[in-house]
Design a protein around this ligand. Structure first.
Ligand code: HSE
Length: 403
């Protein structure tokens, strides 16, 4: 078999991890020929032969010796340029750039078809957990009902430290950054956008439907307070940042990212620190659970290596489900039951709850629990960015199947 000669774009946390795992993986018959970085003089933990490094993308793209691009650049625009240029030239690409992929997936699929080459990106979603290839290949059936879980390691790390160890939120966030879990702008992690990008990619491979980020309700954990944590603890629950795509009828599905109250009987209750956990539910097999490290240099690099190996065997995503005639339609016309901490009754009067089931008011802490449609939540999403507000979802879908 032909040796894989890699041109690597990006040499940050994940890029340096890839350098290490490729050297260890003797069966891969792969070598890194060139590494393109933005800043040649930056100090890095991993020392390499200086001649490997370049700051000129053409040194990789124009090199006829290189037969695979691995792209882990921490800049979605640069990542888009490198990946699309490589595909146009017919060079296969392995990428971990979830924001870029989630924003451009329809175009990237089209480009792969037009130029008869492949883009693999299992590392973009859930770090070391092989969720994309499994959804694409094994779960190629009509039985899939729901994919739901913790898709962001940093926010889960923060919540674990705060819930289980009583650490201040800001200390936990700094530690997630030091450990190399967080994005360079950690607001992507804590505001739910990183989970959103992964959910979009997962939905393409689960249901064959692409939904653009701006059409999906996304709410993170940045305004969680001690009062919210106390509320959850008193009821023996944890709060986790959960992304979900769920079929709500035979021909419709919904999706969103939101903190959720999790009871001890749920698989994701015990998913702590930077681990991710994905529950896949089907009509005939009930639930299956995938668990593993969702962030960090080597776990993410191991997923990249797996895609590199898959390319040895000519593997590519076929996106078969996108051609199915009866793909389900996206809807936000679903009723959710949420907890909302709020600053007072005057704020609440414009919130379109269809039913309120519980209310609490005291000097410094007010909350309501009530039903509201997802489309109404989308309608008021700007108002929810007020730090005096925090919302969390009570799971509603498929509860009858779990009794
Ligand atoms: N910042 C991401 C996370 C890295 O915390 O999950 C892995 O995608």
């Amino acid at each position: 078999m032909k040796k894989i000669k890699i041109g690597l774009f990006g040499f940050g946390t994940v890029g340096q991890g890839i350098y290490q795992v490729i050297r260890r993986a003797t069966n891969a018959h792969a070598s890194i020929e060139r590494i393109c970085v933005r800043n040649l003089s930056k100090q890095r933990e991993i020392q390499t032969d200086k001649s490997l490094l370049t700051d000129n993308p053409a040194d990789i793209l124009d090199d006829p010796n290189i037969n695979l691009i691995v792209e882990v650049v921490d800049d979605p625009e640069a990542s888009y340029r490198f990946v699309t240029e490589a595909i146009r030239r017919g060079i296969p690409v392995v990428s971990g750039s979830k924001a870029m992929i989630a924003r451009h997936l329809p175009e990237l699929i089209e480009l792969q078809r037009k130029h008869s080459t492949a883009l693999l990106y299992d590392a973009s979603s859930c770090g070391s957990i092989p969720v994309i290839r499994n959804l694409e290949e094994y779960y190629d059936n009509d039985l899939l009902l729901e994919v739901k879980g913790i898709l962001n390691g940093s926010s889960n790390y923060i919540l674990s430290r705060v819930f289980d160890h009583g650490e201040p939120y800001s200390d936990a966030l700094s530690r997630a950054q030091q450990l190399g879990f967080a994005e360079s702008d950690p607001s992507f992690d804590i505001e739910g956008f990183d989970s959103l990008y992964k959910l979009i990619i997962i939905t393409v491979h689960a249901l064959g439907v692409y939904i653009a980020p701006e059409n999906i309700f996304t709410y993170g954990i940045s305004s969680i307070s001690d009062a919210d944590i106390r509320y959850a603890r008193e009821k023996s629950m944890k709060i986790k940042l959960v992304a979900q795509v769920a079929k709500v009828s035979a021909d419709r599905f919904t999706m969103f990212v939101m903190p959720e109250f999790v009871t001890p009987s749920r698989y994701i209750y015990s998913v702590d620190d930077e681990y991710n956990g994905v529950v896949i539910r089907g009509e005939c097999y009930d639930r299956q659970f995938m668990f593993g490290k969702g962030a960090g240099s080597l776990p993410t690099a191991s997923s990249i290596l797996s895609d590199v190996m898959a390319r040895r065997h000519g593997y590519r995503y076929e996106y078969k489900k996108m051609d199915y005639v009866d793909r389900p339609e996206y809807t936000t016309d679903v009723t959710l039951k949420i907890y909302m901490r709020h600053p007072g009754q005057s704020f609440l009067k414009d919130i379109p709850f269809s039913r309120i089931t519980e209310q609490y008011t005291s000097d410094g802490y007010n909350y309501v629990i009530g039903e509201i449609s997802l489309s109404d939540l989308i309608g008021i999403r700007n108002r929810l960015s007020d730090p005096r507000i925090f919302i969390a979802n009570f799971p509603q879908f498929f509860l009858h199947l779990d009794d």
